[in-house]
Design a protein around this ligand. Structure first.
Ligand code: 87F
Length: 670
């Protein structure tokens, strides 16, 4: 009954993201009779066990006899859930995407309408409260587990099953008790940002079409909607670093063990995260090969070769690439994944001054990406000794904050490596006077984590909210035809509107699909976070106007088509600014300036971003970590902001009582 292929496909599809359970229907008796089904059953079980291994308490696995009323009850709810909006049906039942309008109508006409909750609703109602505090991957936060699914792969399949159910109609109500319907939080999302942030985030990145889950934990498919944001940032940053005479290059993905371990300080703490290739085909490699977690050790042997004299300096290289870090804690799309995209810049100078200057120039570009593109306020500052990149001299960063979780998040880093790597890799040069010296180096990076921070900061209960500057689509035009209205005229006006806006450099498209209602389209584009929606209906057509609706605050404005471009540009700018202002206001409201340990503990419990006077001693930070250890993770220093408030003489460290040297941000972090 359950083909392994459809099982696997379904399980790794995004269906699971919508449901607190996945479902397995398998006739136990049949399985015993038939080798093929027995193998499928065994494989399903093994897979289920593997997938839920980390779950506590262990999930229940339900098995039903094929054809039993329980099994029919499930099956009836697996078919495009009759009460789910088409958008959700599509997401849950991929195959419905490929149905023609005709097939879809035919399928729908075979529905028996009943008031039972849809499968999704029903399944959700089986839930025990989602475990809020669990820190494991949310994907396995299942309340009960029903494993395996039937896939509606084509109409023939549906008909076949219709016949099987005997009455010519496939959908039926098994007479099961009516379940209370879970309150919907708007079309598409079943969790709110405030009530269950983790689930909300996962749902938003999937339903907003940024991410698809993949069958390797911690790895995610970045869909075009996410990549386009990445590319916009990339275009900006790439041009800026080119102005600074940085050149792009590409070094191999693989690292030999000798080279990787050359700089011991650097690799020591990171070793468990390094992924290795140990086999090719069936044969073991003689020497295992590491996959780059970062490229210092990959690149610097060549810096040593290429740098001879002062004329070879500065050497400024950057690469856009992927890196792999085999993380074990709580993988989260964009925020903590085992493979991610980044740019890594590696530069070498004759003097420390040049290196120092560049560290800050790059940091300013990172601020710009966050604040001006992603509309996220960040703090520039220096990392504590404990948080400085091992093997480096000092580390600077831009730090963001997620108010909902009360966690700080490092947005990007710019390190001055000093001469440590130069010493290890013998990167020497001869100056104008013929004297030998070692180079001064920097390295700096930002990654696809930026996108996750953006989703977390701006997203709402309707889905993604994209700042206009990074949105692939800044504006969507939706025709709103009425029965007797001039539909063609409305469609033409939509096309013309897009043309006018596109000519003016605005990223605009019209959604002219005729198999979705305007309301459905509104929700769909809201979910995807498009900053501005333009609706054109008969009244707008008659008045030579359009109606613009802002994604960030829902504000509606009628705009004359005469002033379309200026007005739209103005609105996009306003949205961009408003997103930043609101985010800053929320972040600032979480900042707690305090001076004592008692205040610190209280503020931490209130998810605050803490600014406290500190003695700047490593042991004291270690002590803070130890004293705040717990379920939620320990507190640590986030950064010492460059912009320091006044520190009056005699101010004491909040943690040690020793004389304070600086104001430092503290909190839990990602
Ligand atoms: C994981 C495994 C192995 C971080 C790792 O920040 C090595 C590392 O070196 C590792 N995780 N790091 C630090 C990366 C430093 C660094 N390198 C280039 C940057 C910016 C760009």
């Amino acid at each position: 009954m359950v083909e392994m292929s459809s099982f696997g496909c379904y399980f790794s599809g995004n269906n699971i993201e919508h449901l607190p359970v996945n479902c397995w229907l398998q006739g136990a008796e049949l399985a015993a009779d038939e080798g093929r089904n027995a193998a499928a059953l065994a494989a399903c079980r093994t897979l289920a066990e593997e997938l839920t291994e980390l779950q506590f308490p262990a999930p229940r696995i339900l098995a039903f006899k094929e054809g039993s009323s329980e099994s029919r009850y499930f099956v009836s709810r697996l078919i495009p859930a009759h009460k789910d909006p088409p958008y959700k049906q599509e997401a849950n039942f991929h195959s419905s995407k490929h149905l023609t309008t005709e097939q879809w109508t035919k399928l729908k006409s075979s529905f028996v309408h009943f008031d039972d909750p849809s499968f999704c609703e029903w399944i959700r109602n089986l839930k025990v409260v989602p475990p809020e505090k669990r820190r494991s991957c949310r994907r396995w936060d299942l309340n009960i587990d029903l494993l395996g699914v039937i896939e509606v792969d084509d109409m023939a399949g549906v008909e076949q099953r219709q016949n099987k159910s005997g009455g010519g109609k496939y959908f039926f109500c098994s007479g099961g008790k009516k379940k209370e319907v879970k309150k919907e939080t708007g079309l598409g999302l079943s969790f709110t940002k405030d009530e269950n942030f983790g689930e909300w985030y996962s749902e938003v990145v999937v339903n907003g079409e940024m991410i698809e889950y993949y069958d390797i934990s911690g790895c995610y498919i970045l869909r075009p909607w996410a990549i386009s944001i990445w590319e916009i940032m990339q275009t900006f940053f790439d041009a800026e670093i080119k102005k600074m005479k940085v050149k792009n290059c590409y070094f191999p993905l693989f690292v030999s063990p000798g080279v990787l371990q050359k700089e011991k300080d650097h690799i020591e703490g990171f070793a468990p995260e390094v992924a290795w290739v140990t086999k090719s085909g069936e044969s073991e490699l003689e020497v295992p090969i590491a996959i780059r977690p970062t490229s210092e050790t990959v690149m610097y042997p060549y810096y040593s070769k290429w740098i001879r004299g002062h004329r070879d300096l500065p050497l400024k290289l950057n690469q856009w690439c992927n890196v792999v870090r085999w993380e074990f804690s709580n993988p989260t799309p964009f925020i903590r994944s085992r493979e991610f995209l980044w740019q890594e810049g590696h530069t070498a100078f004759a003097t420390k001054e040049e290196a120092d200057t560049e560290v800050l120039q790059i940091l300013e570009l990172y601020r710009c990406i966050y604040e001006e593109f992603l509309a996220i306020p960040v703090t520039k500052g220096r990392k504590s000794e404990l948080e400085t990149f091992a093997g480096g001299l000092y580390t600077t960063s831009v730090e963001a904050f997620i108010p909902n979780t009360g966690r700080g998040i490092q947005g990007a880093t710019s390190h001055c490596l000093g001469q440590n790597f130069a010493k290890m890799f013998e990167i020497n040069f001869e100056n104008e006077k013929g004297e030998k010296g070692m180079v001064w180096q920097n390295s700096w990076a930002y990654s696809t984590r930026t996108i996750g921070v953006m989703v977390m900061v701006h997203g709402d209960d309707k889905g993604l909210v994209l700042p206009p500057k990074v949105a692939a689509l800044q504006l969507i035009v939706i025709p709103v035809p009425y029965k007797d209205a001039d539909t063609q005229g409305i469609f033409d006006a939509c096309v013309a509107t897009v043309a006018t806006l596109s000519d003016a450099g605005i990223r605009a498209e019209a959604d002219l699909r005729d198999n979705y209602s305007p309301g459905w389209k509104y929700s769909n584009w809201e979910m995807k976070g498009v900053p501005l929606r333009i609706e054109i209906g008969p009244r707008d057509l008659a008045n030579n106007q359009v109606r613009a609706v802002r994604r960030d605050n829902g504000a509606k404005t009628d705009i004359s088509r005469v002033f379309l471009v200026e007005q739209v540009k103005g609105m996009l700018d306003k949205i961009q600014q408003n997103l930043f202002d609101v985010a800053k206001q929320k972040r600032d409201a979480c900042v707690e300036v305090l001076k004592t340990w008692e205040e610190f503990v209280t503020a931490l419990g209130q998810k605050k971003l803490i600014l406290a006077p500190w003695c700047d001693e490593e042991d004291v930070e270690k002590d803070v970590k130890a004293r705040t250890k717990g379920d939620m993770g320990a507190a640590k220093s986030l950064c010492t902001p460059f912009e320091q408030p006044e520190l009056p003489e005699g101010t004491k460290c909040f943690a040690s009582g020793k004389p304070a040297k600086k104001w430092t941000y503290w909190g839990r972090s990602y």
